[in-house]
Design a protein. Structure first.
Length: 548
């Protein structure tokens, strides 16, 4: 577990230019999932009145209700900063009453801070809470507890008043401030004017962090979605689909006749494509307790050979027949065969709502499995950042310790992470629409690195060194450079004549290199480009850079 986020962490993140992530949560299960995902802060918002209780506004929410929900969230969080939202009329009266109510969030519910709405008008309360040792997150702009006074949920555009409110809540002792329903240019000015972080909701991209209501971004609330919300998953649709499947199983008499949940997930898998990756995956998944239900390949001979290595699994020539045998379907064919195979299996009825279908391409996303998704199956892609040799008996697992990317539907991502961790690899999630960029980065980090070193070895060869001697000379430099990148980052790890501004040395490099190695000039261009990303104080002057 990484270190716990505190109010001091918020200040440091602003100083370092790191964006702060916040979501609302109202119960233990969702708060635990968010905390495990790495969210910086969880706000137990009085928005629960609308998204949990089904009310029209947040005004009816009580202190007891807020404490009840905050306590559940606080019990779930090991890392995230938990902020309790003070409900309407819990701080608008006497300051002493506000301090007592805020204290209950920390003492009874386990929150680390409280949030309250208002600008200059609530500064006496903020100051009293800060004096009592209670961290306060302020909230200006569109303040839902003042919905009737504002005449509805309207964007706030009074720049002079908003700037005044922001500076005064900072002066009163708030450690951060939520900016809600404020035009982006005004939010940017406020963010630049304050030393405390700004957390935006419907306030543009320039705030120090962002907060969204959980029910909006997860697609639970599908009846109204604010314009600024991005829906990352569609839990409403997934829930309806799951309930409909249950209803159908019961009505058709299949419920309790199928394998039931015995707190052990269905680990039966089938492999379609018995090449290097498919066989290695089948062998080592089997060793980790997964069941090889079926194997299919372009030739029965290949499938039979794989089954003998795996020591299990029915053999099929028809991939659809194989897919019907296991819940987990792993298509491990070459990239250009994945979609045709998936379409063939889908049209033959090989997938249903119980199936989860994966492919292992690095360059292609799970979108190419759309025909399986249309049959109700979960779909995803798993890509090990690893080259595979043919499996040999008693070989060490090639999966152990490597990084494996996962993307797809929520069900597929969850199942994919479980499989990857069972293989003792390290899973990480990427957005489906970023798969090509991810693969390009992997190619650059491996193939392009080989290409650059080939150029360096060739240059040493031109200098009269034998290939084996050239590599022996460069290897410590290569390893040291990789260590520097790991510890200092790619920009700060850059060294050499460009960083020093030594144009004479670079000029000699270029003049002494034969024209057939003009590719070195491209390396110089990239070198200069990386250096220009260094902090301004560390750069060589533009005039000298132009000469270089």
């Amino acid at each position: 577990m990484t270190s716990q986020v505190t109010t001091s962490t918020f200040i440091k993140m602003k100083q370092q230019g790191k964006k702060i992530t916040t979501l609302t949560a109202y119960d233990y299960p969702f708060a635990r999932l968010m905390d495990e995902a790495g969210i910086d802060s969880i706000l137990v918002g009085d928005s629960l009145g609308m998204v949990v209780q089904g009310r029209q506004t947040t005004l009816p929410v009580t202190m007891d209700e807020m404490l009840y929900h905050t306590a559940m969230v606080a019990r779930a969080c090991q890392r995230a900063l938990v902020v309790g939202d003070m409900p309407f009329m819990s701080y608008q009266g006497a300051v002493t009453e506000a301090v007592l109510n805020a204290g209950r969030f920390l003492k009874e519910a386990g929150a680390a801070a409280v949030k309250l709405e208002g600008g200059a008008d609530v500064c006496p309360v903020i100051a009293a809470l800060a004096k009592a040792g209670i961290p306060v997150q302020a909230h200006i702009g569109l303040t839902p507890q003042s919905v009737h006074q504002m005449g509805g949920f309207k964007v706030q555009r009074d720049e002079k008043r908003l700037l005044k409110d922001a500076k005064e809540v900072e002066g009163a002792g708030a450690f951060s401030v939520v900016l809600e329903g404020i035009p982006s240019p005004i939010s940017e000015k406020i963010t630049q004017a304050l030393t405390i972080p700004t957390i935006g909701i419907g306030a543009g991209p320039h705030c120090d962090g962002q907060v969204l209501v959980m029910h909006d971004m997860l697609g639970v609330n599908d009846r109204f979605l604010p314009k600024f919300v991005k829906k990352y998953v569609d839990l409403a649709a997934e829930t309806r689909k799951g309930v409909a499947a249950y209803i159908n199983d019961v009505q058709q008499g299949r419920f309790l006749r199928m394998p039931m949940n015995t707190n052990k997930p269905d680990k039966r898998f089938c492999i379609i494509g018995c090449g290097r990756v498919g066989v290695n995956l089948a062998v080592f998944l089997t060793q980790q307790g997964y069941g090889p239900a079926a194997l299919a390949s372009r030739t029965l001979c290949s499938a039979r050979n794989a089954a003998s290595v795996v020591r299990g699994g029915a053999v099929f020539a028809d991939p659809a027949a194989a897919a019907r045998e296991g819940k987990i379907v792993l298509i491990t064919t070459p990239d250009d065969h994945i979609q045709p195979v998936c379409d063939q299996v889908a049209s033959a009825g090989g997938f249903d709502e119980h199936s989860v279908v994966f492919h292992l391409s690095g360059a292609l996303s799970s979108d190419i499995l759309s025909s399986a998704r249309e049959k109700g199956a979960g779909t995803g892609s798993i890509h090990p950042l690893q080259a595979f040799a043919p499996y040999e008996s008693k070989a060490v697992s090639p999966f152990e310790g490597i990084n494996v990317s996962i993307e797809g539907t929520p069900q597929a991502r969850t199942l994919g992470e479980a499989m990857v961790m069972a293989l003792k690899a390290r899973p990480f999630n990427i957005p489906t629409d970023a798969k090509t960029l991810y693969h390009a980065a992997a190619v650059m980090a491996s193939n392009y690195l080989v290409t650059l070193e080939h150029v360096a070895l060739t240059l040493l060869g031109c200098a009269g060194l034998a290939p084996e001697q050239a590599f022996e000379i460069l290897e410590p430099l290569i390893q040291g450079t990789l260590r520097n990148i790991a510890t200092r980052g790619s920009v700060d790890a850059l060294t050499g004549p460009v960083v020093r501004g030594d144009e004479a040395i670079i000029a000699r490099h270029l003049s002494d290199i034969d024209k057939r190695y003009l590719k070195y000039r491209l390396c110089i261009d990239c070198w200069v480009s990386i250096h220009w990303r260094s902090p301004e104080k560390d750069r060589i002057s533009p005039k000298r850079l132009i000469r270089v």
